[in-house]
Design a protein around this ligand. Structure first.
Ligand SMILES: [Zn+2]
Length: 277
């Protein structure tokens, strides 16, 4: 899954790079992948997309689940949960790809699945909304509607023994918030990923809210995290505090050792002294 900050970066780059290009041909499933998902038969993608012009791109926070990049091309909407790459005319294409768009100017766009990925293609109405789609729009932390009251409301009705990681990064309670952005958000709030919701004080909830807002903004404004690559295959400019890259180094706040543990389908990274359990 592409996470929230990177979908904003990708959509912005697509808007600046691909708008106005016409799709000459589309090839889906050229290198079959067990966990690549399409809408209908991938062999039909060329008929759906050839001749369409790219008219816009949105971070997938609207009418499809978070963690997607949406590309509007005329009356079709492409929804991608995979990395997306741009290749200028004459540039080499990746060896393996699950979606390839060739444009009229000789440039290309490719999607290559990592682990799993969706490359959906729907007929869309004049607002770019897929026909028959009725997913409720949830505000993202980048929107004013995602305020303290809204954040507090997400917690209502949840089991008090639920961990903070389960609260933030599962069930798409916050669209596009996944296990990648989690670590720095919790480090900035000085909260251990396994802390239970019932053990959070009002001050903790406040710190958590502030960190969700500010950490995600820093990641987006930095061009994405340095563990991820953008449309041009460049690493993001946001320096992760906690990731596989930083694990060998001391904590930036206290100088102590960082820790990695497997927890709830994925690794958690934390500083045991800054984020005591
Ligand atoms: Zn520390």
């Amino acid at each position: 899954m592409i996470e929230l900050p990177e979908t904003y970066v990708l959509a912005d780059q697509i808007n600046r790079t691909l708008i106005g290009k016409t799709i000459r041909s589309a090839v889906a499933n050229a290198h079959p992948h067990a966990f690549a998902w399409y809408t209908g038969n991938p062999a039909g993608y060329n008929a759906k997309l050839a001749g369409k012009k790219i008219t816009g791109s949105n971070p997938g926070t609207g009418y499809t689940c978070g963690g997607n990049t949406e590309i509007v091309c005329g009356d079709m909407l492409i929804v991608l949960s995979t990395p997306v790459k741009y290749h200028a005319p004459g540039e080499k294409l990746p060896k393996s790809h699950q979606l390839l768009l060739a444009f009229d100017d000789g440039s290309h766009m490719t999607c290559t699945v990592q682990m799993w990925g969706a490359m959906f293609c729907f007929p869309a109405d004049e607002n770019g909304i897929p026909e028959g789609y009725s997913v409720k729009k949830s505000p993202t932390p980048y929107e004013d509607a995602f305020d303290k009251a809204y954040f507090g409301g997400l917690r209502r009705g949840l089991k008090p023994n639920l961990s903070v990681k389960a609260f933030l990064a599962t069930e798409q309670r916050i669209p596009g918030f996944g296990n990648g952005v989690l670590h720095d958000v919790l480090w900035n709030a000085r909260i251990h990923p396994k802390r239970r919701l019932e053990a959070l004080t009002d001050n903790d909830m406040e710190a958590l809210f502030d960190s969700v807002k500010s950490t995600l903004a820093e990641m987006r404004d930095g061009g994405g995290r340095d563990t991820e690559k953008d449309l041009f295959n460049r690493k993001g400019g946001y320096r992760t505090v906690l990731s596989s890259k930083t694990l060998p180094y001391p904590c930036r706040a206290c100088g102590g050792g960082l820790k990695r543990e497997a927890y709830l389908g994925g690794n958690i990274y934390f500083c045991p002294s800054c984020q005591p359990l």
